[in-house]
Design a protein around this ligand. Structure first.
Ligand code: SAH
Length: 487
């Protein structure tokens, strides 16, 4: 089967940088179940087309399985070499992995930019035909074209086959297009060539971040993606938190762990002179101690500095670090040296992979949550989903949250005016904006909040970091003096 991706964004040959595949060279990848070839039938300044030809070997797939008896002929003779299926998704994730996660070494800005793109798949079986195809791709902003093929041109009365040649056009980021194809191709035919387990739920939520929750066909997508395994489908749907109706989902970009590492280093350098980071973590620790919490979440834990501080104090009996990035969790596990800790230390801490914009049963029932320098990494339209995940569903008694104070940015000598402190920040708030947001959260979910500066306080612009300590109003930890403090 064949997938082509075409752009007319000038210079069109930049597509080669985005895909990480040189237009002048054709390449071949052995994938075990077959071979993928990447080549460019067209590569000019005006238009460039990359082709991924996937040659699945159905005989090779069966060989060595040891089920010689009872096998049927269709193991050997089937549509796999010709039709797009979950094999194509696997090929995309292996051959175009970094392009799919939005990473481009040579053209990072272009990778984050919507450009005119056209994808064509020849051919794909679609259960439900062109109508289902449209229902899946049109809500994501694609202009969809489906070409039907008669079962036999000599017998038009037999009707069309279930195979379509599909063309999708949109002005979008290449990573978004590849991710949509990755998730939705197996959904089109509703079949997967491999066993579907819990891992697939995580995969669906990870690749669906920013678009699946608001998709009108999310139920069909989850159901077909997870091969109709009821418990998995329920789990996935429960964790998809719908954004508020007025919160448009446009422009949501998935997190990019590799770039994030570079960006973290930049932010680190910027703040180094006063070791703001350390000061911030100590302030958060103090707030957690004062809350009386024993079971604590560190949401968006990153490389685990706060986890290490929590682990050093026996009063914190259960510590859970969660992050959306597998890579930073690996670093955290490494830094905590968990494999070298005695069991009584090791057993107090757990690292889990998850996204804060999805409802997650694993977060319920804790005393406190720390969310340190994380919300500014969330797309503003996803904030409403995050609020519900933490304040409505997880609902710890105490939430300690920090974020940069945008007003302070004029005091950073190396930061150009109008720039954020970190390239991955989606917004930075002034003290008034933070206060307004925090008070809105309290009103919506039944919490009270204290706002505190972190770091040296400048008379005019305040402190570099702002911290909010939320306390659930129905919790024993709220004392009356606090409640009436400002009012
Ligand atoms: N709290 C840490 C890390 C802050 S950097 C510290 O203070 O050092 C922000 C972290 O949030 C990153 O590790 C990033 O991977 C994580 N993150 C970003 N978006 C997220 C999301 N939607 N869900 C969970 N974690 C997220």
């Amino acid at each position: 089967m064949l997938l082509t991706i075409r752009t007319t964004h000038a210079p069109a040959t930049d597509l080669g940088y985005l895909l990480g595949k040189n237009p002048a060279r054709s390449q071949r990848f052995d994938l075990g179940f077959g071979t993928a070839h990447v080549f460019y039938p067209e590569a000019t300044e005006e238009a460039c087309t990359a082709a991924l030809l996937l040659d699945v070997d159905p005989v090779g797939l069966v060989r060595g399985r040891g089920n010689g008896d009872g096998g049927t002929l269709d193991q050997y003779v089937n549509d796999r070499p010709y039709a797009a299926s979950s094999f194509l998704s696997v090929a995309l994730s292996r051959v175009l992995r970094s392009a799919m996660s939005g990473v481009s070494r040579d053209r990072p800005e272009l990778a984050a930019t919507a450009i005119p793109l056209e994808a064509r798949i020849t051919v794909v079986p679609v259960r439900g035909g062109a109508e289902v195809l449209r229902r899946l791709f049109e809500p994501l902003g694609y202009v969809v074209d489906a070409e039907a093929h008669p079962l036999d041109p000599a017998h038009p009365e037999w009707g069309d086959s279930r195979y379509l040649t599909v063309t999708l056009r949109a002005e979008t980021r290449l990573a978004a297009l590849l991710t949509h194809l990755y998730v939705l191709i197996p959904v089109l035919d509703g079949a997967k060539h491999y066993f579907v387990g819990d891992e697939e739920v995580e995969k669906l939520l990870r690749h669906g971040e920013g678009w699946l929750a608001a998709h009108p066909e999310r139920t069909m997508i989850a159901s077909r993606y997870l091969k109709r395994r009821r418990s998995l489908v329920d789990q996935a749907l429960a964790r998809l938190v719908e954004p508020e109706p007025d919160a448009a989902d446009e422009g949501a970009a998935p997190d990019e762990p590799t770039l994030a590492a570079v960006r973290d280093a930049e932010e680190g350098a910027l703040e180094a002179r006063i070791s703001l980071h350390q000061q911030r973590l100590e302030t958060v620790m103090q707030a957690l101690r004062e809350s009386g919490a024993a079971r604590v979440l560190d949401l968006g834990c990153g490389e685990g500095k706060l986890l290490r501080m929590l682990l050093a104090e026996p009063r914190f009996t259960e510590i859970v670090g969660m992050d959306v990035s597998h890579r930073v969790l690996e670093v955290a596990a490494d830094r905590l040296k968990l494999d070298r800790q005695p069991p009584r230390v090791r057993d107090r801490v757990r690292l889990i992979h998850g996204a804060l914009t999805y409802r997650d049963g694993r977060l319920a029932g804790y005393d406190a949550a720390a969310v340190v320098e994380v919300i500014e990494h969330l797309d503003a339209p996803r904030l409403a989903a995050f609020e519900r995940v933490l304040w409505e569903y997880a609902r710890p008694e105490t939430i300690v949250l920090t974020t940069p104070n945008a007003e302070y940015n004029v005091r950073w000598p190396t930061l150009p005016a109008g720039r954020f402190r970190h390239r991955d920040h989606r917004f930075e708030w002034t003290r008034a904006e933070f206060a307004e947001w925090a008070e809105g959260v309290c009103a919506r979910f039944g919490y009270i909040v204290r706002l505190l500066p972190v770091g040296p306080v400048d008379e005019e612009v305040g402190a570099p970091t702002q911290m909010a300590v939320f306390t659930r109003t129905d919790s024993a930890m709220v004392d009356v003096s606090l409640e009436s403090g400002d009012g």
